[in-house]
Ligand binder design. Structure first.
Ligand code: SAH
Length: 349
């Protein structure tokens, strides 16, 4: 009989499985603590769980753990990029971003990505499959285990893939990240970033979770946005903005709009004015980030003075906007850079 990954089960599903095995209704909290707080790799390590229960679990399930293929740590800011191999040989990348009082893990949600954003390093390699609940959880289990001193405080779904295109597994994982017997990371400390998958935003508005929503906007003009984010051909700005406004109304939460500045594409004065006009009167934050160069791409970040001028227009218009520099650049762990260096290496072999 094929065993299932125990970390693919929700609390209720594990409870039901135990009840079926033993006719009893307890110990899920203990098992969760072993799996997610202690990161055990075998049922034998669950010393306070009775042997018959451990045997029952072992006969039906197993404890997954990704294989670490490579690790790169930035000497300047401590950003660490992990390359994992999954059971089917697929590879994903996960990044740990340590800061003084917090440690953020940047998670992948899919193997590859369908959305083909023109400026993103994940785009050329296409889509393979969704990550399962266990595979998403294991990104954090592994990193937590490898960094016992680092308390993981924040999660961002900004690695490879589109989280709202793997909606169910991402939400299932979020509930376990929240669980007091698992990671106990508050929903407000978990950011879901989308390129603008409108049905996903609509669904999330009804989910009843307090997660942070980030929308990768990158242009306030449909023709430019469609060129750099092909998803815009399907869900144009009018549609996207309506979904965002509805989300803000329904959840009483704000949205963060991500805006990657690309020289000659979306970073002029008129581009800034158009952005200010689009977001005027919306409860939102704007996170402006300079384009992070990817080898082989013709795109460039704008000069400092152009960034300053862009930010001034946003601020003068009353937007809550900040500019930040990507982290972990020298190890290719910055936004959108995941996967590419590995493929270049493989290609060269
Ligand atoms: N699919 C999701 C999450 C993955 S990308 C999304 O699109 O939001 C995470 C963020 O990195 C997005 O805002 C994306 O647009 C941005 N990004 C991608 N490539 C980048 C690059 N080369 N430089 C800066 N940001 C980039």
């Amino acid at each position: 009989m094929k065993k299932n990954r125990i970390k693919d089960l929700s609390r209720a599903e594990l409870e039901a499985a135990l009840k079926e095995a033993l006719g009893e209704h307890y110990r899920v909290s203990q098992i969760f603590r072993w799996l997610y707080k202690a990161s055990v790799r075998s049922f034998g390590e669950m010393t306070d769980i009775p042997a018959p229960l451990r045997l029952a679990l072992d006969s039906k399930t197993y404890i997954s753990m990704p294989e670490l293929l490579d690790l790169k740590r930035s000497l300047s800011d401590g950003t660490t990029k992990y390359l994992f191999k999954l059971e089917d040989g697929s590879t994903i990348e996960t990044v740990l971003l340590p800061e003084r009082s917090r440690n953020t893990v940047c998670l992948s949600s899919q193997v590859g990505c369908k959305f083909a954003c023109d400026f993103c390093a994940s785009a050329p390699f296409g889509f393979v499959r969704n990550l399962s609940q266990a595979e998403i959880l294991d990104e954090v289990v592994f990193i937590k285990n490898a960094n016992p001193g680092a308390n993981i405080t924040n999660l961002v779904f900004m690695g490879i893939g589109e989280p709202l295109d793997n909606y169910d597994n991402v939400m299932r994982a979020v509930r376990i990240f929240n669980d007091k017997d698992a990671f106990k990371i508050g929903a407000r400390k978990i950011t879901i970033s989308t390129c603008g998958v409108v049905p996903g935003i609509e669904k999330l508005a009804k989910e009843g979770l307090q997660v942070e929503l980030s929308v990768s906007l990158h242009s306030a003009d449909d023709s430019v946005r469609s060129r750099i984010l092909p998803v815009n051909k399907r869900y144009a700005l009018k549609n996207l903005m309506a979904a965002c406004k509805n989300y803000i109304r329904a959840t009483n939460r704000i949205i963060t709009f991500e805006y990657v500045l690309i020289d000659g594409v979306n970073s002029s004065g008129p581009d800034a004015l158009a952005l200010a006009k689009l977001l005027k009167a919306m409860k939102c934050k704007v996170n402006v980030i300079s384009y992070n160069r990817i080898s082989g791409s013709p795109y460039r970040e704008p000069k400092e003075f152009a960034v300053r001028a862009f930010m001034k227009v946003l601020k003068d218009a009353g937007l809550n906007a900040t500019h930040r520099k990507p982290k972990g650049e020298e190890i290719d762990a910055g936004c959108g850079q995941l996967r590419i260096s590995r493929f270049e290496k493989e290609g060269a072999e």
